[in-house]
Design a protein around this ligand. Structure first.
Ligand code: ZN
Length: 423
């Protein structure tokens, strides 16, 4: 199998406002295609969901991480109980600060809680720490040659081999679905300067331990601390972002930063206030049932009532297919659940393209109010798209494709009625 080892280099977009450095950074990712025993994503179409067929835009070939359905094999199953092995590592030239378990507690139980809330309880994320002390690497940090954008070869392969060598006597790697390597924060640069955190997912060519490859491994460095005093609440969010890659989700930020999706998905912005995943991702991960998705594939007008994405149950997502590789998704976003920074609740409309790769803008949110400056000034929340949702009386129009998506009204229970017209 051809192993592409292209890497996504994330732009360094530092903005300084007054004394506060605002880091509008997400994390890097890399993925390697390959076969695997389990795959993520919703159940295959049952006879009853034939009408969803046109809305299951397909995974495109030649794309590292596609938004299509189903998620390619090789990633970690995204429903049920998932066991995460956490290894806290340090180096001779960067000895662990504080205890290894205090490093672990920067991310847990918050990360497990985040997944429970976002998945409506469908993903039980079980973090384990069979080694409660720092795992000392044999070489100094610098000698692994790890920088932002480093490929797997040779530095990461060497690091993973050394991790396996040090941990294997006490760790049964075959018992876990994914591995988190929580690096002592004093190894490497500050996350304000360069975010090194990275995930190698679907990598069947990774070193083996206990008969299994370490094919889905997230590395977290430094601390995503923007100096606003919110690190204890929000700094863990790099880990659900990185783990999003082991479940097959692509990066939604681009070389221009978070301007295509804003704060509407943790794969776009993982600094700052908490945020959720887009409904499309929840369907892709199997957290929405097929009967919670409406497919607007026929000409004429159709109306749908959608309930807030953050609340369990009810119809969540309408999809308007444009081709076998693209379409518009429609959902209701409100300030609840993991969505902490929503300042204008309403109907979010975004385009999904399964043949656009990770980091190149596979999803773009339509802004109902362009160049408004947005409705938030929270640090590390993309402001312009914060008021992107459409409100009653407003419409999104794609004239070239003869599509109009209108918000008819807000119902008393917080749900919204939308009308899709296709000519
Ligand atoms: Zn990423």
């Amino acid at each position: 199998m051809q192993q592409t080892r292209r890497r996504i280099r994330r732009p360094l977009a530092l903005a300084v406002a007054g004394a506060l450095a605002l880091a509008t950074l997400a994390t890097a990712s890399a993925t390697l295609p390959g076969p695997a025993p389990a795959s993520a994503g919703p159940a295959p179409a049952a006879p009853g969901d034939a009408q969803l067929g046109p809305c299951r835009i397909a995974t495109a070939l030649g794309v590292q991480m596609s938004e299509g359905l189903p998620t390619a094999p090789g990633y970690v199953r995204s429903t049920g109980r998932v066991r995460a092995l956490n290894l806290m590592i340090d180096f001779p030239d960067a000895e662990g600060e504080g205890t290894a378990m205090s490093r672990f507690r920067e991310f847990f139980p918050k990360t497990s809680d985040w997944f429970r809330v976002s998945s409506y309880g469908r993903l039980t994320y079980q973090p384990e720490t069979p080694l409660s002390e720092w795992l000392r690497m044999p070489m100094p940090f610098a000698s692994y040659g790890i920088e932002r954008g480093s490929p797997y070869e040779p530095g990461y392969r060497k690091l993973v081999e050394d991790i396996v060598k040090a941990a294997d006597p006490e760790v049964d790697f075959s018992a876990y679905d994914l591995v988190n390597v929580l690096v002592t924060p004093n190894a490497g640069p500050s996350a304000l300067d360069t975010v090194l955190s990275v995930t190698f997912s679907g990598n069947e060519d990774a070193p083996y331990a206990d008969g299994v490859p370490l094919s889905n491994t997230s590395f977290v460095y430094s601390r995503q601390d923007d100096g606003s005093g919110s690190y204890d609440e929000t700094g863990y969010r790099v880990l659900p972002h990185e783990n999003g890659h082991v479940f097959g989700l692509p990066d939604l930020y681009t070389v221009d930063g978070g301007g295509t999706v804003g704060h509407w998905d943790i794969m776009s912005e993982d600094w700052g206030a908490n945020n959720d995943l887009l409904g499309w991702h929840k369907w892709k991960l199997g957290w929405l049932d097929n009967d919670q998705v409406r497919c607007a594939s026929t000409t004429g007008a159709s109306e749908y009532v959608l309930t807030p994405l953050a609340v369990a149950g009810g119809p969540k997502l309408a999809f308007v297919p444009l081709s076998e590789r693209s379409g518009y998704a429609v959902e209701v976003r409100t300030r609840e659940g993991n969505d902490e920074a929503v300042c204008e609740p309403g109907v979010l409309v975004y385009r999904v393209e399964s043949d656009v790769d990770t980091g190149h803008g596979p999803i773009s949110v339509s802004d109902s109010d362009r160049e408004s400056g947005g409705c938030t000034r929270r640090p590390n929340v993309h402001a312009e798209l914060s008021d992107a949702p459409f409100r009653p009386g407003e419409s999104f129009t794609d004239r070239a494709n003869g599509i109009r998506i209108s918000v008819v009204k807000e119902e008393g229970d917080g749900s919204f009625r939308v009308r899709v017209t296709r000519s």
